[in-house]
Design a protein around this ligand. Structure first.
Ligand code: HEC
Length: 173
């Protein structure tokens, strides 16, 4: 009798342990992204490096709403040749518009930063899927390879926000 009870207890203990083990990763995934501090040193790093170390959802534009930075961001948009595909005003050309209320992978600062840094192929390899389809003719190249400082990506995002013309409900998602 004791022996049988011990056996049952052991089975329950094992199920319990397995349950914890299985539950642990999903708890971690559900947890809020850890605060990730954009220090001046990190802003000076290449965007590809920052994407690799920042938890998903933790990147927020430190220049948001700054009109002077937005102007600089627009110059950088031309400097890096984004205008060739997205049009000088971001309204699209042969590639999707950046200033309407439709975001292909989502419209958060974090998602835009990653897409600009990684390009479509690596973005999808990182688990992101197209939620919307605009006039997509091909993948977005990995522009992050040409951009030396993460601050430049944020400045471009600052400009994209300032040029936005879609519904206020969809400015960030
Ligand atoms: C060779 C053409 C090309 C260049 C150059 C290019 N992009 Fe893109 N971009 C694309 C394509 C194509 C997509 C759609 C990606 C997809 O569907 O996977 C896109 C998507 C985007 C999106 C998301 C748009 C949305 O509606 O969700 C942003 C933001 C963006 N690009 C910013 C930039 C920035 C900033 C630069 C310059 C640093 C740049 N792109 C350079 C082709 C380009």
């Amino acid at each position: 009798m004791m022996k049988r009870f011990a056996g049952v207890a052991l089975v329950f203990a094992l199920i319990g342990a397995a349950g914890c083990w299985l539950a642990a990763p999903s708890f971690a995934a559900a947890a809020k992204p850890a605060a990730f501090k954009l220090t001046p040193a990190i802003l000076a790093e290449p965007p590809v490096k920052v994407v690799a170390q920042a938890p998903k959802g933790s990147l927020h534009d430190p220049y948001a709403g700054n009109a002077k930075v937005a102007k600089e961001g627009h110059q950088l948009f031309f400097h890096y040749g984004c205008n060739g595909c997205h049009g000088g005003g971001g309204g699209g050309g042969m590639c999707p518009p950046l200033i309407n209320g439709v975001w292909i992978y989502g419209g958060s600062d974090d998602t835009l930063f990653r897409l600009i840094s990684l390009g479509s192929t690596k973005m999808q390899a990182a688990g992101y899927q197209r939620e919307a389809l605009e006039n997509v003719i091909g993948p977005m190249p990995q522009m992050g390879l040409l951009i030396h400082h993460s601050s430049d990506v944020f400045k471009i995002i600052t400009w994209i926000r300032s040029a936005y013309q879609g519904s206020p409900d969809h400015k960030y998602h």
